[in-house]
Write a protein that binds this ligand. Structure first.
Ligand code: PEP
Ligand code: MN
Length: 343
């Protein structure tokens, strides 16, 4: 159920609706919008009677939400969500680029990439300190040591740090050291971890599971938002198909599909999405052209020696090439969007 408030509704009127929802034993989510505030209700086992809220001062109407997901839906919030980290944004006017190595391997390796990334004017830095690897014998990440290196990247270059949490313990540490908590494809349906991410004070970057449908992705985001964290960024990183020319099949059609039904920003990861270095730049261009809010790109100073995901990591000069190309496309897309009537 969604309680829609009048444009001029007072804080007290909004608070009264929230109190009523809580007295009923449910959770109220106040979602301010450009035109009006809406209050989403979660935790109710079945449909609620609109009469409970209609008639309260400041309420226009109470409407059932028709989708299985509620808080992520455009029904609850028409305008796009802009996730803000300091002065940097994801979902705003500027294309957000998140770049860095797959894994934080050493101080030197990390600083080399960070310096390059920051010189190009890129605002977000990635690097895994906890790596969910297919094999238990593969490099598992430096753990807290890696997070400390990332914190130094932020201090030295002002880059915003995006890094993955793989369980509750690492989530506690990621929340302490990083700016955005990444939930990886393998954990997209780890519901207990999603709830933990929903309690984090920092935004969450949620990667699509390797065989997840659009609805499953949105419901995973709903888990996070239902806990009160509304700063969620979705990420398309490819799905498993029969194709053998790539590691995964990058499903770019999910970008306009998400746009249609959700207000959340969505970025594209052509590194995991293709698994092959030579395909990353073309698919990054395509991701921007299709309207993604940003890109996540793996970059390594010496990809052949990378401890993880070397075959898909760009060299530093290739990354510069990518940034130059996608910025031109982003400017074109922005112009086209401004000329188009709003959806
Ligand atoms: C990563 O970003 O390094 C990663 C492990 O990605 P994914 O969860 O998409 O496989
Ligand atoms: Mn990787």
């Amino acid at each position: 159920m969604l309680v829609v408030m009048q444009a001029g509704a007072t804080d007290e009127q909004i608070a009264a609706v929230v109190r009523k929802v809580e007295q009923l034993g449910f959770r109220a989510h106040v979602i301010p919008g450009a035109q009006r505030t809406a209050i989403g209700i979660t935790g109710n086992p079945g449909p609620l009677d609109p009469g409970l809220f209609e008639g309260m001062p400041g309420v226009i109407e109470a409407v059932p939400v028709s989708k299985p997901y509620k808080l992520v839906s455009r029904e609850i919030k028409l305008e796009k969500t802009i996730v803000r980290v300091g002065e940097a944004t994801i979902g705003g006017d500027e294309l957000a680029i998140i770049a860095g190595p797959c894994a934080v391997e050493s101080y030197e390796q990390t600083m080399t990439v960070a310096e390059w990334v920051s010189r190009l004017g890129v605002k977000f830095f990635r690097g895994g300190a906890y790596k969910p690897r297919t094999s238990p014998y593969s490099f598992q990440g430096l753990g807290e040591e890696g997070l400390k290196i990332l914190a130094e990247v932020r201090a030295r270059f002002g880059l915003k740090i995006v890094t993955e949490a793989i369980d509750h313990e690492s989530a506690d540490l990621v929340e302490r050291y990083a700016d955005i908590m990444q939930i990886g494809a393998r954990n997209m349906q780890n519901f207990s971890l999603l709830r933990r991410a929903g309690q984090a004070r920092i935004p969450v970057l949620l990667k699509r599971g390797m065989s997840a449908t659009l609805e499953e992705l949105l419901l995973a985001a709903e888990y996070i938002m239902a806990e009160g964290n509304y700063n969620v960024i979705l990420c398309e990183r490819g799905v498993r198909t029969f194709a053998q020319h790539t590691r995964n099949t990058l499903d770019l059609s999910i970008v306009p599909a998400v746009r249609r039904v959700s207000h959340l920003p969505i970025i594209v990861d052509p590194s995991h999405g293709t698994g092959r270095r030579d395909k990353v730049i073309p698919l990054a261009r395509a991701g921007v052209a299709v309207g993604a809010d940003g890109l996540m790109i793996e970059v390594h100073p010496d990809p052949d020696r990378a401890l993880s995901d070397g075959p898909q990591s760009l060299t530093l000069p290739m990354f510069r090439e990518l940034v130059e190309q996608v910025r031109e496309i982003a400017a074109l897309v922005k112009r086209a969007e401004q000329e188009m009537a709003p959806m």
